[in-house]
Design a protein around this ligand. Sequence first.
Ligand code: BDR
Ligand code: CA
Length: 318
Amino acid sequence: MAEKIIIDTDPGIDDAMAIFYALESPELEVLGLTTIFGNGFTDVTTANALKLLEIAERTDIPVSRGADHPFKGKFTDPATFVHGDDGQGNINLPAPLGKPVDERASEFIIQKVNEFPGEVTLVPIGPLTNIALALLAEPGLDKKIKRIVLMGGNCFCAGNATPAAEANIVKDPEAADIVFRAACPITVCGLDVTEKVLMKAAVLDSIGEIDNPRAQHLAKILPFYRSFYKTVLGDTDIHVHDSTAITYLLRPELFTVIKRPVVVATCNGVGRGKTFPGRHEFDHMGLWKDRQAVEICINADVPAVIDFEMKRLADSKV
Ligand code: BDR
Ligand code: CA
């Protein structure tokens, strides 16, 4: 039976890759896309989620609009320099035809988890605000979630949004810290692994040769993302952050993981948003005592990960 998943997303160019990848994977049943601010404001990411489902001819999948701002303060800094003003590489997509459902993202998550207790996997690939709101709104919800497999954080490496922190976590550290206290199994696909999963120029060029609307859309939006990497990081390869969480769901044997409890720095200043892995046996100050150890992906069989994703983008039968 396919694993029921909800993708909580801020599309986003790498989000688009991850969403199409999941939709092409018969092992997964996408119950819905819930949207969040991050790569764009929530209006923009919600329109993009609807549009991506139209491109994929999967308008049967509901989109639920999520939070507009983090737990603390306003959201003011969409990553337009990475993903474009429209979050999809500035390609002037027409407005979507469909609309989001009436339930807000946290309500949608609660509803689906209660409809299928123990069966729903949450796959957040943006800031964790919606997930934290759902956990707070319904105490005990975490015991009914099958697992959370998220893209976010940097336990053993530097950040990307700031020297200390990764973008999805630093955009709402308070929410992220609530999620790391949840009781369900959690797997973290953060920069520790996603920065190792490099997609090379030749592979990226070949996406345009795949004859389906999803790949053709990716071929249009990827140049913006690639030029960000080229001009800012000086590299022709890109990190496929969000897709890595989908590969973990499908092929966990391709990953090396270690188990540690994680605390998120919610202080102000340079350390804000850093994910700190701890060790319960050495936790003399009790900093990690209120949370379980989660799985942190630290390495992957990179050629196999890239190969699998590329095959899926071309054909769901592989
Ligand atoms: C994360 O930040 C966003 O820009 C990407 O979509 C990804 O989810 C990587 O740090
Ligand atoms: Ca994302």
